[in-house]
Ligand binder design. Structure first.
Ligand SMILES: [Zn+2]
Length: 105
């Protein structure tokens, strides 16, 4: 990694940025040391698969995801979490039955 000169314009597309922008307003590319794939929609999906509902943290801190999309992502993440937990619970129940001395044959 090069030392970042904190450019006034996006390194990817050249759009001029304000000093407080951490992300390009045009293409969403991270700027300075704050580039984070976790804050992009696909990154959020990947984070959800990796860390479950903790990806909500990234959704709400993201500056590249719009407010409406944040609500949609939150709903999706919560639903996904519920789905996974419910699925694990059923698997756990299944093995518990198998190992719990109950004859299934
Ligand atoms: Zn850009």
């Amino acid at each position: 990694m090069n030392p970042d000169p904190l450019p006034n314009s996006c390194r990817a597309c050249g759009t001029l940025l304000s000093p407080e922008d951490n992300y390009c307003r045009n293409c969403g590319k991270g700027r300075g040391g704050k580039a984070g794939w976790q804050y992009k929609p696909l990154g959020v999906i990947a984070m959800t698969l990796l860390v479950g509902p903790f990806s909500l943290f990234y959704v709400w801190r993201s500056q590249v995801i719009s407010r409406g999309a944040k609500l949609a992502f939150s709903a999706g993440i919560l639903f996904f979490t519920y789905f996974v937990v419910e699925r694990f619970y059923r698997v756990w129940q299944f093995y518990n039955t198998l190992l719990g001395g109950v004859q299934v044959y």
